[in-house]
Ligand binder design. Structure first.
Ligand code: F6P
Length: 357
């Protein structure tokens, strides 16, 4: 009997279910006697033995379903070695559950923080396979994470909707896009949605340059401008602050996010009327797009094959069109951010898109 544990960890995204389905279908199709244990709410389920024995039919009809059939939770990596409220060591508790259930392997669908924990568990002797989940596309080792393209569709749609109202009123619209500390989602949705200005965490902005770009458009007779702003975008002045000073500034900032601060600065500098739109968690919701369904099926199938071949300790990645395993120890703790000099940025700049730098 092959016993495989499975969990989804961290913020959810589209295509988690499609990925689990890919793993499960591959294992069940192998002809081996397989039992899949689904842990409830991510690592929490593994810590406290909250699980459900899955049946093949649990993985049927979920290819197009958003969210996760197992539930998820955030269990920060930095607190993994901090005892819980009852004084229990979380890592030891997870190992105990794994051993008690006599698992052959644990499959972790998660982003950066979650894969740091999977690497820790792998170093502690557990057989782990990671799958790259996140709308942020910031996992090192893979060209693409599942969830990203579906979120790009939603964020692009938000910008598309803003276009008509912006044009009617002749206003400046700021659309704030998720992505945590990286700008992949904003860069892709910004270009796909025809944003005039794109602000990313990787390219600190100068408000004077933004004002100049807005004035240029107004002088060209354009009645409106759209700015796609990453939630982690940062001004040049703030980027020059120490980590501690910046944290203090954020805590004292009288605005709920960078977009509102930027909106106030634009009004003050240019006199142009500004509106802010924050699509927020919508970007993680709904069904996975076809690209993600295909990617998830491929990643899931390869994860299943790797389990059957006992190729543990890997994150299953998309690299140059192929699905390959990359050691968890090589990817853990590394952020894949946008290179400010990459060709996509150069092409966008060549088209006249301002990055505020
Ligand atoms: O990592 C995915 C993500 O959606 C980020 O883009 C965003 O910063 C964060 O999660 C939001 O987290 P939460 O759902 O915990 O508010």
């Amino acid at each position: 009997m092959l016993r495989v544990g499975m969990l989804t960890s961290g913020g959810d995204c589209q295509s988690l279910n499609a990925t689990m389905r890919g793993v499960a279908k591959t294992l069940y199709s192998s002809g081996k006697d397989v039992e899949i244990i689904g842990f409830i709410d991510g690592y929490k389920g593994l810590m406290y033995g909250d699980y459900k024995v899955m049946k093949p039919q649990d993985f049927s009809g979920i290819l197009t379903e958003g969210g996760t059939i197992l539930g998820t939770s955030r269990q920060p990596f930095k607190l993994m070695r901090t005892p819980d409220a009852e004084g229990r060591d979380k890592v030891e508790e997870m190992k105990k559950t794994y051993n008690r259930l006599k698992l052959d392997c644990l499959v972790v669908l998660g982003g950066n923080g979650s894969q740091k924990t999977s690497n820790l568990l792998s170093a502690e002797g557990l057989n782990v396979i990671g799958l790259p989940k996140t709308i942020d596309n910031d996992l090192w080792g893979t060209d693409m994470t599942f969830g990203f393209q579906s979120a790009v569709n939603i964020a692009t749609n938000a910008i598309d909707c803003i276009h008509t109202t912006a044009a009617s009123h002749g206003r400046v619209f700021i659309v704030e896009i998720m992505g945590h500390k990286v700008g992949w989602l904003t860069l892709h949705a910004g270009i796909a949605g025809g944003a005039d200005i794109i602000l990313l965490p990787e390219i600190p902005y100068d408000i004077k340059k933004i004002a100049k770009a807005l004035d240029k458009r107004a002088k060209e007779g354009k009645r409106f401008s759209i700015i796609a702003v990453a939630e982690g975008a940062i001004s040049k002045e703030d980027a020059a602050l120490s980590k501690k000073e910046y944290k203090k500034k954020l805590a004292e900032r009288p605005y709920p996010s960078v977009s509102y601060e930027l909106g106030a600065q634009i009004l003050e500098t240019t006199g142009q009327e500004v509106r802010v739109t924050v699509p927020g968690h919508m970007q993680r919701g709904g069904e996975p797009c076809p690209y993600d369904r295909v990617l998830s099926s491929r990643l899931g199938a390869t994860a299943g094959s790797m389990i059957l071949k006992k190729e543990y300790g890997n994150l299953v990645c998309l690299k140059d069109g192929e699905i390959i395993g990359v050691p968890l120890s090589e990817i853990a703790g590394k952020l894949k951010s946008v290179d400010p000099d990459c060709s996509m940025i150069r092409e966008a700049k060549a088209m006249g898109i301002s990055f505020g730098d």
